[in-house]
Design a protein around this ligand. Structure first.
Ligand code: DX5
Ligand code: ZN
Length: 234
């Protein structure tokens, strides 16, 4: 039976108060803090600035230092994840999840380097990427330890959950009963049961948690949903 891990996405937090937002989420019962690291090409300078702030390894160091022991679940939406292994390892990242679409030629080297920096390797796939593409990475003798199934197109918070991606979660759970399977995008009280019953146990949620009057209630509801679904499947 896999354990629920509820991971608020800091992309939806108040960036001007990142450290206290992280603290608030941990007090509300978050297991992990999800950190989206991406390179954006928006024309609006302020958006570039904000994204770079969240993506910057220094921010990860800051949160890691202030929230000693917090699990920093880093999701790399970049085309060159290898370049980020060293800085994120030094910054104190806990999980390092790269996208399979950009790592076809170097995933074995990536996994090995991520582990050598003491981080947990994960692989992510976009909604249209076939699930079979991650099987070799889970079955390798030096495997990834988590698969992140994107439930929206990567890039922004606040998008609508894509239920068709659940087929991939079901296939993964059937094949790998004890694997950590993460879902990311559009998760909240109205979609958690679909994802949990498909077999997801690591739940990323940005707008539904940060936008809630009582984030602790949303976190607890999502944890219960995963727990219930896991009990039924055992
Ligand atoms: C989207 C990011 C997500 C995002 C989720 O590309 O990977 O982590 O912050 O936000 P919500 O939960 O609002 O869809
Ligand atoms: Zn993410």
């Amino acid at each position: 039976m896999v354990k629920p891990k509820i991971a608020p996405s800091m992309l939806s937090s108040d960036f001007a108060n990142l450290a206290s937002e992280a603290e608030r989420m941990l007090q509300c019962g978050a297991d992990w803090l999800h950190m989206d690291i991406m390179v954006c090409f928006h024309q609006i300078t302020s958006i570039i600035t904000l994204y770079h702030m969240c993506s910057n390894p220094h921010m990860i160091t800051l949160i890691g230092a202030l929230q000693d022991g917090a699990y920093l679940d880093c999701h790399l939406m970049v085309t060159n994840p290898l370049d980020y292994v060293e800085p994120l390892g030094e910054a104190g990242a806990s999980g390092f999840t790269f996208h399979v679409e950009v790592s076809k030629d170097n995933w074995q080297e990536l996994i090995q380097r991520i582990k050598s920096k003491g981080m947990k390797p994960g692989v992510a796939l976009k909604p249209k990427t076939p699930v079979e593409e991650v099987y070799p990475l889970v079955e390798d003798e030096n495997p990834v330890e988590m698969v992140l199934v994107m439930t929206v197109e990567p890039g922004f918070g606040g998008q609508k959950f894509m239920p068709e991606t659940m087929e991939k979660v079901r296939a993964l759970r059937k094949k790998y009963p004890s694997l950590d399977i993460e879902v990311d995008g559009g998760l909240g009280p109205s979609t958690i049961d679909i994802a949990a019953s498909a077999g997801a146990n690591c739940i990323v949620a940005g707008s539904s948690v940060f936008g809630a009057p009582e984030p602790a209630q949303v976190i607890s509801l999502m944890r219960k949903s995963v727990d219930e679904a896991q009990k039924i499947s055992c």
